[in-house]
Every structure is written in structure tokens, then in C-alpha cells.
Design a protein around this ligand. Structure first.
Ligand code: NDP
Length: 267
């Protein structure tokens, strides 16, 4: 029996729950005995992943929803409450990278796509899961920011603006929810080896395949000299959701191999 780190029995909702970082977090929390509500938009991939976790003994609700659609967000909260009676932890994590292009060239429609998922979707999740948790009088929310919440990076203007916005959302919700029993924080992943980073790397370094490009980008960005693993983000998410983090509120915590410690804005 593995250690639960305070997560056994917790009802945890994860958006982007079958993606790289969301999926690794789901796996870790399943090992720790959490009951999972996984929200994602690819029905087949979500169903297969939920079945995999169930076959390991986890209790999993799988909900197909688009985080940018307000009615979908209300529905995923309602289905989670109907299924498990409440939500103890919320990993507000779904995101897209968008088109890799200079700020002067990017089409407004491409800007809007990224803002819609990475900022509007995060707001909607905070609003509706936040209301549920305030009604319960308890809960812990972790939003996925990025090292791009703290620095400007070239060719990803909408992504950077949205991730800065995630920090603004977290700080605002933290200031409003202080007396309610609900904590709100963000994680700031650095370069983490998922589909997203591989796709960005293969666009920026077409001479390399995505995996090699992600490894090279990670090694260049972080003093630890390597790309991060999604499991390493999951460890931090689990901690921030647990009662062990009872005095951490309104924070953005890097999990980046030291990248933010040394980054400048020259790109
Ligand atoms: P993935 O692409 O592996 O996971 C993202 C998940 O979010 C996918 O399952 C995706 O579904 C889902 N998603 C996207 N849009 C929506 C939507 N509108 N509604 C519901 N689900 C949606 O990437 P990561 O795991 O790397 O990304 C997770 C988070 O981590 C993102 O917020 C990202 O910005 C952040 N991050 C990642 C870093 C990295 O280096 N990988 C660094 C810093 C932050 P689908 O596959 O259908 O698109």
C-alpha cells in the first residue's frame, strides 16, 4: 500500500485530465486513493484513460466537456457533485499552446483561441467550482500557470498573456475566498515533456523530432539541465491540494528545474 500524502478519499476534479500533466496527476492521485473526476474533450482518449485507471482500482468519473463553454463547465460541476457529493480538489489545468508566431503577425482569431481556453476556461472553472467549494466550506484549487506567468517569451503572445492572467485570477480569487475554507494557488511548470512541448519544439526546431527538441529546450532553459517530467508537476499539485499546504494561498509555485531563477527576457 503506497503512502497517500493526505489525498486518500479526496474527490479531485482535473481538467485536461487525460493530457500530459493532467494525466500524470490523475495517475499519482489514483495511487494515493483519491476519487477522480476527469474532464477532457476527446471522448475516446478520455474513456480509454479512465478505464486504465479503473482497472488499477481507482474510482473515476469521466466527463467530456469543453472548458470554454459555460454550460459545459456548469455541467461538469453538477455531474461531479451528483456522482461524488462534492469536490475537494480542483486541478484547473486544461490548456493549449496555440500558434507559434510573432506578436506582430498573429491573427486575432488565433489570439482569441488561446485566450478562450487558457484564460476564459480557467476563469469559468474557478467561478463554478469555487461556488461549489464555498458552499461546502472547504476545498483546494490549483491552476496551471507557467514560467510564462512570470516572463515574456517570444512567439507566444496570447499564451503568455493568458498565463500572466492565470496568476491574476489566482490572486484575485485568493483575496476574495480567504475566509471561506477554500484555498487557491497556481503551479508554474517549466519545460515539461508532454505533447504540448514536443509540438512547440518541433515548430521552433523543425530539424529535430519533437522529443529531441523538448529535451534540448529543457536542457537549455533549466539549471538542472534537463526537461521536466509531468510526474514532477503532479507531486506539487498533490501537495498543494493536501492539508499539508494549509497555509499556502494565492501563491504561484514554480516547478521548473530552476528556469525562472535564471531566465532573462531575451528568448
Ligand atoms: P497536453 O496537450 O498534453 O494536455 C492539455 C489537455 O487539455 C489535453 O488533454 C487537451 O485536450 C485538453 N484541452 C485543451 N483544450 C481544452 C478544452 N477547451 N476543453 C477541455 N479540455 C481541453 O499539454 P500539457 O499537459 O503539457 O498541458 C497542461 C497544462 O500545463 C496547460 O495549461 C499548459 O499550458 C501547461 N503548461 C505546460 C508546460 C509544458 O512544458 N508542457 C509548461 C507550462 C505550463 P486535447 O488533446 O483534445 O487538445
Amino acid at each position: 500500500m503506497s503512502e497517500s500524502y493526505g489525498m486518500a478519499g479526496k474527490r479531485v476534479l482535473i481538467t485536461g485530465g487525460s493530457g500530459g500533466i493532467g494525466g500524470a496527476t490523475a495517475r499519482l492521485l489514483a495511487e494515493r486513493g483519491s476519487r477522480l473526476i476527469l474532464v477532457d474533450r476527446d471522448e475516446a482518449a478520455l474513456a480509454a484513460f479512465a478505464d486504465e485507471l479503473r482497472s488499477g482500482g481507482a474510482e473515476v468519473l469521466a466527463i467530456v466537456a469543453d472548458v470554454t463553454v459555460e454550460d459545459d463547465v456548469k455541467r461538469y460541476v453538477a455531474e461531479a457533485v451528483a456522482g461524488f457529493g462534492g469536490i475537494d480538489g480542483f486541478f484547473n489545468n486544461a490548456g493549449i499552446e496555440g500558434k507559434i508566431q510573432s506578436a506582430l503577425e498573429l491573427d486575432y482569431s488565433d489570439w482569441n483561441k488561446v485566450i478562450d481556453v487558457n484564460l476564459n476556461g480557467v476563469y469559468l472553472g474557478l467561478k463554478y467550482v469555487g461556488r461549489q467549494m464555498v458552499d461546502q466550506g472547504s476545498g483546494a484549487i490549483v491552476c496551471t500557470g507557467s514560467i510564462a506567468s512570470e516572463r515574456g517569451l517570444p512567439n507566444t503572445v496570447a499564451y503568455n498573456a493568458a498565463k500572466h492572467g492565470v496568476l491574476g485570477l489566482v490572486r484575485t480569487f485568493a483575496s476574495e475566498l480567504g475566509g471561506t475554507g477554500v484555498r487557491v494557488n497556481a503551479v508554474f511548470p517549466g519545460m515539461i515533456d508532454t505533447r504540448m512541448l514536443r509540438n512547440i519544439a518541433s515548430q521552433l526546431m523543425p530539424e529535430m523530432d519533437g522529443a529531441a527538441g523538448a529535451a534540448a529546450a529543457g536542457a537549455a532553459a533549466a539549471p538542472l539541465g534537463r526537461v521536466g517530467r509531468p510526474e514532477e508537476v503532479a507531486q506539487l499539485v498533490s501537495f498543494l491540494m493536501s492539508d499539508q499546504a494549509s497555509f499556502i494561498h494565492g501563491a504561484g509555485v514554480p516547478v521548473d528545474g530552476g528556469a525562472l531563477a535564471v531566465m532573462d527576457n531575451k528568448g
